[in-house]
Design a protein around this ligand. Structure first.
Ligand SMILES: O=C[C@H](O)[C@H](O)[C@H](O)COP(=O)(O)O
Length: 226
């Protein structure tokens, strides 16, 4: 296992310790939180932990189901006690970019419905300023070239995400425009500007959402709290 995969494993597994009996848990998407999901399944089996989970993507639902984790529809739970998710970048204020795997829309809906959000991050995710990781923006396929044009005019250097020869499709069958901004100066106003464009469904800037980040630091896990 390479260093980055090892870091994903230790932070992912550590996060499963934060889940308590009786909780409704939001399960994020990606390779890091997959370790949390697997560890959670192990805890359910060995400790008899009783929880219910809400998933943020088709991929996570499939993984959770295969491991026997009880899943609920978001509409059937009043609130989520704790959501654990990965991130693509986070800054010193614990704001971040998400959506590298295309799951940003459901992830954001689940995150804002949660009492607490913990992100699990390998060392590469910690940045001084957001933007080196291309910012994913989920858009409707209808008229996407016009949204693309508006983003281009704003200097965001969008690129249509592809999956082979076809546009990548999100779980909601939308497209993703990845914006190569490099350094985002004002994340809050950029997020606002993007979401005000008709046809933009959601952007991957997660501002004031994470309460804690579990960050891999060699063999240790640092806990950073907002
Ligand atoms: O859409 C994907 C999510 O936002 C992921 O949580 C994010 O891309 C991090 O993924 P990973 O844990 O695989 O690095």
């Amino acid at each position: 296992m390479d260093q980055q995969s090892y870091e994903k494993k230790i932070v992912g597994e550590k996060a499963a310790e934060y889940i308590e009996d009786g909780m409704t848990v939001g399960l994020g998407t990606g390779s890091t939180v997959a370790f949390t999901t697997k560890k959670l399944a192990e805890r359910i089996k060995t400790e008899g932990l009783s929880i219910q989970a809400v998933s943020t993507s088709h991929a996570t639902s499939e993984l959770a189901k295969s491991l026997g984790i009880p899943l609920k529809d978001l509409n059937d739970v009043k609130k989520i006690d704790l959501t654990i998710d990965g991130c693509d970048e986070f800054d010193p204020d614990l704001n971040g970019i998400k959506g590298g795997g295309g799951a940003l829309l459901f992830e954001k809906i689940v995150a804002v419905s949660s009492d607490k959000n913990i992100w699990v991050a390998d060392a590469s995710k910690s940045v001084r300023r957001l933007g080196a990781f291309p910012l994913p923006v989920e858009v409707l396929p209808f008229g996407w070239k016009h949204m693309f044009g508006a983003m281009e005019d704003k200097g965001l250097q969008p690129k249509l995400r592809m999956s082979g020869k076809d546009p990548f499709l999100t779980d909601s069958r939308n497209f993703i425009l990845d914006c190569h901004v490099k350094e985002i100066e004002d994340a809050k106003s950029l997020a606002k500007w993007l979401n005000a464009l008709p046809g933009v469904v959601e952007n991957g800037l997660f501002i004031n959402i994470a309460d804690q980040v579990l960050l891999a630091n060699n063999d240790k896990v640092d806990v950073i709290t907002r």
